[in-house]
Write a protein of this length. Sequence first.
Length: 403
Amino acid sequence: MSSVSFQDVFGSISPRVPSPGVPARIHLHKDVASYSIGSSDICDIQITGHELVEEYHCTIQYDFETGMATVKDRSGHGGTWLNGTKVSTYAGQTQTLRGEVQLWLGAPILPGSFGFVYKPTILHSPVLEDRYVIQWDMPLGAGASGVVWKARKRLSYGPNAVRRAIKTLHYETGDEQRRAAIINEVEIAKQLSHHPNICSFFEVLEDPSIGQMYVVLELVEGLNLEEYVLRKSRRRPGKGLGTLLLLRSVHFADDGHSCLLWQNILLSLKTGSAPTVKVSDFGLSKRFKEDVLQTVCGTLAYVAPEVAHRHHFKVGYDEGVDGWSIGVIVIFMLTSSSPFIWPRTFVTDLWKQLDERRLNMQQLYSVTSDKDCLDFVNSLLVPEPAARLSVTESLNHAWLSQI
């Protein structure tokens, strides 16, 4: 990479077979972030003369938050293939590019397809891989702050092997604000690690040469709350889900989670026993006793009204945002669906969508007539934060005393 620094690029692609008009190596720059590939002359990387390459075939994207590159298939028929496996097009899914891979436009065995070799700038970190064997081909999950992988401690084998979850957190060289945010996450994970309903923290490793921190956490074998509810359908909260423990785990010792998502609520499943609730991912947490939050977090399905107000009026918010999230989660647990009606017209401004969404409690009313349950949810889903039931107060609610 003579004139190209690895600090500036996230990878490169090279044609498997030389092709007219296609450079022998194309560096993929971080500041471009997204590259379109296809036969059209408006694509960033144009491939012509190959029957199965469509006008706008796929995109390769770089995420500054996770430091990972992904590919998304946009073809109509032939598909995009990684190492002989077709990239899923279900619900806009993307495939993580980890390590050196064969990237094909069209099925590799068919004439008219075109193949690249993708090589990431950063292949391995001895800081991590001298201690752990990582299953790079199977990420457990990904979010705004990082990607989580399954790992095994080196020199441990078989049923007694020490298995962990490794969360990779990336920061660009010189981005001290991002690095400080990662350190904040690590410190919160350490402080809360002793709670039985929070994923245990073991250690943190850092490789500053590539801007990576690795948080080693307890591996929870099971499902997240969303997967569990959709499989079990209308499972009563508390009966095995431990709603009370969940509330205590996110607000014990005056700490707040502030990014409570059902994907971050994990259930350890063991035959013959009720699931154990574990809360993970403290990427956007703060200690409320130090200040009010001024970070936008969560997804549109959970975000409390004051978060949208923060965007418009630059005001902070406090632990009340978790009360709202818990109200949404309880409805999801009972109905397997979100309680919101979104604007019918296509709105690109996410904050405008928040302003225009409406609560729909009919689905909840159709599955339960329990007055205490309805009062619990309605008390949490109050738009005005000052009038909303706090998480601390909700611990003493009559409905929780029944479960």
